[in-house]
Design a protein around this ligand. Structure first.
Ligand SMILES: [Zn+2]
Length: 106
């Protein structure tokens, strides 16, 4: 069985997902820090009431989950988002295709 690779079009789609995923992760990370730093000033974590902060955390985390769920193998369509962390995995565990194009330099 010869190794299978993605077409450059499929590869571009995957790279685009990685870029979005990484950018959002960075955004969420800094937003989280800002929220934690300024939460007392904003009055959303005053005393026992962490409800507002909890909602903000959920709002920040949901797009990460959505992004992960949206990633599927371009070759077989299996959802591979949960195999990925920040980057797509090297190879699809389901169909064994390499998740990059054959002539990509990396
Ligand atoms: Zn696959």
């Amino acid at each position: 069985m010869s190794a299978r690779y993605l077409s450059s079009e499929q590869d571009a789609k995957l790279r685009r997902w990685e870029r979005w995923n990484r950018n959002y992760f960075v955004f969420a990370f800094f937003a989280l820090i800002l929220v934690l730093v300024f939460s007392s000033q904003l009055g959303i974590s005053s005393g026992e009431d962490w409800g507002g902060l909890g909602v903000l955390l959920v709002v920040l985390v949901i797009p990460i989950i959505v992004l992960q769920l949206r990633l599927s193998c371009p070759a077989c369509g299996t959802k591979i988002g949960w195999q990925a962390k920040l980057m797509a995995p090297d190879q699809c565990k389901s169909c064994g295709v390499f998740l990059r194009s054959k002539n990509s330099s990396s």
